[in-house]
Design a protein around this ligand. Structure first.
Ligand SMILES: Nc1ncnc2c1ncn2[C@@H]1O[C@H](COP(=O)(O)OP(=O)(O)O)[C@@H](O)[C@H]1O
Ligand SMILES: Cc1cn([C@H]2C[C@H](O)[C@@H](COP(=O)(O)OP(=O)(O)O)O2)c(=O)[nH]c1=O
Length: 202
């Protein structure tokens, strides 16, 4: 049974979603809600091992998609489903929309294969709310370059990220009721104000 809510954060690398995750979790906690903050790929000991492989090893695109969903299956079983059944809220740094955007959009894996995996791994569960942090590619790239050592995905070329961003925007068109697109080119404080407004409506 689902008593809690699943809220997911999405966006291309460098869009700014990690910057806002803890802030948003605190807003929800301040409303008296128990909150679990987690991430994908990862969120469990096995999932974190799979994350390490996914972010650093070269592999076939279908292997990549299958491992993303394998990590997700474990995450659902160990963390997300028990939390939602307790009535806790789960805020996840990425979930299945990332597979549609990165493996579907970026890597061009057939969408029907991803739909089949989604049907297998979580036929009934969808996020209650998904915040998509959206920025043009050049903004995301300059933010990434400024800060960190790049993993396998972050080393991809601009056309990969253009296709990934398009993949996310297609998901918004398909499921407009659960997405909020955040214009992440604005200053952090302006985005925080929008997050406060969103948290107040939950
Ligand atoms: N609205 C913003 N304006 C300016 N810089 C930002 C903004 N949001 C995030 N950043 C910076 O961009 C970089 C990438 O942000 P991060 O949250 O790690 O991205 P993501 O988790 O989406 O990959 C960080 O250095 C962060 O401080
Ligand atoms: C969940 C998920 C992530 N990814 C990718 C997107 C990211 O490039 C990478 C890890 O995500 P993320 O945790 O956002 O990386 P970082 O902490 O470095 O910002 O995994 C997929 O390709 N498919 C998926 O289903």
């Amino acid at each position: 049974m689902i008593l809690g809510k699943l809220i997911t954060f999405e966006g291309i690398d460098g869009a700014g979603k990690s910057t806002h995750l803890a802030y948003f979790a605190d807003l929800v906690k301040a409303r008296g809600q128990r909150v679990i903050v987690t991430r994908e790929p990862g969120g469990t000991p096995l999932g974190e091992k799979l994350r390490d492989l996914l972010l650093h090893e070269k592999m076939h695109i279908e292997t990549e998609a299958l491992l993303m969903f394998a990590a997700r299956r474990e995450h659902l079983a160990q963390v997300i489903e028990p939390a939602l059944a307790r009535g806790d809220w789960v805020i996840s740094d990425r979930f299945t929309d990332a597979s549609f955007a990165y493996q579907g959009g970026g890597r061009k894996l057939a969408e029907q294969k991803l739909v089949a995996l989604e049907q297998w791994v979580h036929p009934h569960l969808q996020p209650h709310l998904t915040l998509l942090f959206d920025v043009p590619l050049d903004v995301a790239r300059s933010r990434l370059d400024a800060t960190r050592e790049l993993d396998k995905f972050e080393q991809e070329k601009a056309d990969f990220f253009a296709a990934t961003r398009e993949g996310y925007l297609r998901r918004v068109e398909q499921f407009p009721h659960r997405f909020r697109v955040i214009d992440s080119t604005r200053p952090i404080e302006t985005i925080r104000q929008e997050l406060r407004d969103i948290a107040a409506t939950l």
